[in-house]
Each structure stands twice: as C-alpha cells, then as structure tokens.
Design a protein around this ligand. Sequence first.
Ligand SMILES: O=C(O)C(=O)C[C@]1(C(=O)O)C=C[C@@H](O)C=C1
Length: 86
Amino acid sequence: MESTTTAPDITELREEIDHLDAEILRLIQRRVEVSKIIGAARMAAGGTKIVHNREIDVLNRYKPLGPEGKDLAMVLLKMGRGPLGR
Ligand SMILES: O=C(O)C(=O)C[C@]1(C(=O)O)C=C[C@@H](O)C=C1
C-alpha cells in the first residue's frame, strides 16, 4: 500500500501563527490593563498589592502547560502588578 502523506503547507501554517500571535498579544495587553485597574482600585481602598490566593489560582490555571506554564503565569502576573518586593 502506498502512503499518501501530504506535506504541510508552511506558508498557510505561518499565517495561522501570525494571526494567533496577534490575538495572544491583544489578550495579554487587555489582561495587563485589567490587572492594573484592579490593583489600583484595591490599593486606593487600602488593600494590598498582592492577593496571594488569586495568584495561586492563576498559577494553577497555567499548569497544563507544564513548567513553562508557571513561568508564563509569573510573567503575566508581573506585567499586571509589577515585580514582587517593591
Ligand atoms: O485579582 C486581583 O485582585 C488582581 O489584582 C489581579 C492579579 C492578576 O493579574 O491576576 C494581580 C495581582 C494580584 O496579586 C492577583 C491577581
């Protein structure tokens, strides 16, 4: 029996990646914006810069991506609330 695997269309797949990256970028920018709004409102009300249990929830959410998921979650959190310890 002859195998009839067709080569993937790299140009088409790259276009898909370009669209996905644009969408991911848009979503990250909005996430940062929302996180900053929440943080500013909480701190204006006398609250803390960090909400530990929410950060744990975010870290757990990205666990399906493995160790890099944790790194990604940490980067997202940092982009919203700024670095820890300041
Ligand atoms: O959920 C909040 O209260 C937020 O401030 C948002 C957020 C986040 O980016 O997910 C940021 C900082 C907090 O420590 C926890 C979560």
